[in-house]
Design a protein around this ligand. Structure first.
Ligand SMILES: [Zn+2]
Length: 206
């Protein structure tokens, strides 16, 4: 049995081996301590592949189509960041490109690499490095903030011009819905247990 400190109240307690789909809560405060997803490898992999495809579509197809006084314009997500750079808002353009394109792309690529590598244990030690990077990158992947911003802009611009949402916006919505679904099915403990460390004492148990 593993000893785990509660993240909420610091109580150290033993978590028994959980059945598939089981959850363990803190005896003192009820904080969720551990979960064992019902399908810890195939479900997050399928969801990550779906999110990667949706993310590619979100970047390659127009987010919005504007038309006013006979003129039409449309833009993609990277195109929007580029236009911002050319308009003189270099810092904002960099922030948008990083949080909306680079960080989510790294997040999904790392997830995909980790999930494919742990399918056949023992997984190579670089998976551990990838897992740490995954935790660093995740807070910067702000697709949901971007979606909210685009929707706010959509309603604001709608007063000035006729705006139609493009396929990129729906693809972005799919990414925003898929990412939390990946997080709930992803079993980080299982991944860590499957990594073959250079230290031979660390056993592969799963
Ligand atoms: Zn607690």
């Amino acid at each position: 049995m593993d000893s785990v400190a509660c993240r909420c109240c610091d109580l150290l307690q033993r978590v028994p081996p959980l059945p598939r789909g089981g959850k363990a809560r803190c005896v003192r405060c009820g904080q969720l301590l551990a979960t064992r997803p019902a399908d810890p490898l195939d479900a997050p992999l399928a969801l990550t592949i779906a999110a990667a495809i949706a993310f590619a579509v979100a970047n390659a197809t127009p987010m919005l189509r504007l038309s006013a006084e006979g003129r039409e314009a449309q833009t993609t997500l990277p195109g929007g960041a580029l236009a911002m750079w050319q308009a003189g808002s270099e810092l904002t353009a960099l922030a948008v490109a990083f949080c909306a394109v680079v960080a989510p792309a790294c997040h999904l690529a790392l997830l995909l690499a980790v999930l494919l590598a742990v399918r056949r244990p023992p997984a190579p030690p670089w998976v551990g490095v990838a897992m740490r990077w995954l935790e660093r990158v995740r807070p910067w992947a702000m697709t949901e903030v971007l979606l909210l911003g685009v929707l706010v802009a959509l309603t604001k611009i709608a007063q000035l011009a006729s705006v139609a949402p493009g396929p990129g916006l729906f693809a972005l919505l799919a990414v925003v819905l898929l990412v939390p679904a990946i997080a709930t099915t992803f079993d980080a403990d299982l991944v860590w247990r499957r990594i073959a460390w250079a230290d031979a004492r660390a056993q592969v148990r799963a």
